[in-house]
Write a protein that binds this ligand. Sequence first.
Ligand code: GLN
Length: 491
Amino acid sequence: MINFTLKQLSALLAQKQLSSVELTQAYLERVARLNPGLNVFVTVDADKSLAQARAADALLAAGKAQPLTGIPLAHKDIFCAKGWRTTCGSKMLANFISPYDAHVVEKLNAAGAVILGKTNMDEFAMGSSTETCFFGPVKNPWDRTRVPGGSSGGSAAAVAARMAPAAIGTDTGGSIRQPAALTGICGLKPTYGVVSRYGMIAYASSLDQGGPMARSAEDLALLLNAMAGFDARDSTSLERPAEDYARLLAAPAAAKLPLGGLRIGVPKEYFGAGLDSDVAAAVEAALAQFEQLGAKRVAISLPNAALSVPAYYVIAPAEASSNLSRFDGVRYGYRAPEYGDLADMYAKSRAQGFGAEVKRRILIGTYVLSHGYYDAYYLKAQKIRRLIAQDFAAAYRQCDLIMGPTSPSVAFALGAKVADPVQMYLIDIYTVAANLAGLPAMSIPCGFGEGGLPVGLQLAGNYFAEAQMLAAAHQYQLATDWHLRQPAGTE
Ligand code: GLN
């Protein structure tokens, strides 16, 4: 059962061969058994989960089920869920019980899905290794001495270790795609504005986007169908007709080759210095597989690719410094036990409540926004952001999808980069550009590299190309079995 897809689980539930209570119970047992070694879940609440499962079973019995009804999902602990502790991986919110649901949580609840628990993450989603969390690092299920990637490392590891059939995460600069790559699962960051940010604790609002994490492209489509939609409470939420993201999964019957006519752009900048040879080899093999399926390879260039990390690490901290000013020890969150006047209470609460990486980002953000440096850093980064978006616009005149590595290396050792922020930031080289441009992108497993660790292939598309990306990924997954591999020791 633990290897069933969402579609298979959905069918079993509909046919009453399995109840949501049984399914949820089975996953809760796996979480209890595997969590002490992996540190994936920050909060589980069996009573709450089982109450939702019973409600789902009632819907199933009444014939009112939707595709996700009764399916337990792991939620990154950045999504506010009513009555659930919602920590964002921080001491600042370690005791915060959310009084309301995020829009995504509302939508998944309305679809009848069950919240299995809240997953560990980098503090305030700042990181690429799930090591900056207040609750300790997450271990990679493929090798417990390695990181799972980040910041949605808990959600990724939950899916990889079969502690949940699927999960949700957020991606500001790669936090869905990179941990998906490093744990051998699939993850999708939608076009900016497709998924509401309401109730998703803000990191960098012009970049943040929620999305699904699962074992197959088909499952991602099912989840995105339930997560996407207009929400008036998010001023950047897009008002557009509902889409079925699974609609292109079946290859057109007339086509001799399932991906005939698809033009895949391969940017030369994504295969230069800094890319490990084992990752390059797996990605090359995947591109060859896509060609066998009928796709045509087009050499393209994204001339400003090297500027994406510097621009991102100005813009994201700038927005974070503003977003995180709300954590002042007054309204909610941590308050220092002892302080003098009001200013001292703010200072002590923030000094004690935030970890080192979060403080570094707040300092950088405040600096680049300050009078005298704004033009030199923040304004310049915004100009580069526009150039990066223009690079993609030019590229999508030559190709339909862009493919390359998700991460320059396989999962690295715990502790290897956490003391060197620049090394950590450089990991994001292939992922941050999609966020800066607001474009959709995803990662799927495409082989194994050094140490038998998973390699991820990144697929990126033009605005609203999610269904097209998912269809290409699905054809690849019909022809290969990388996405079906399970880490040893998680049986
Ligand atoms: N690693 C990037 C950062 O630390 C991206 C994180 C994210 O996408 N939330 O900002």
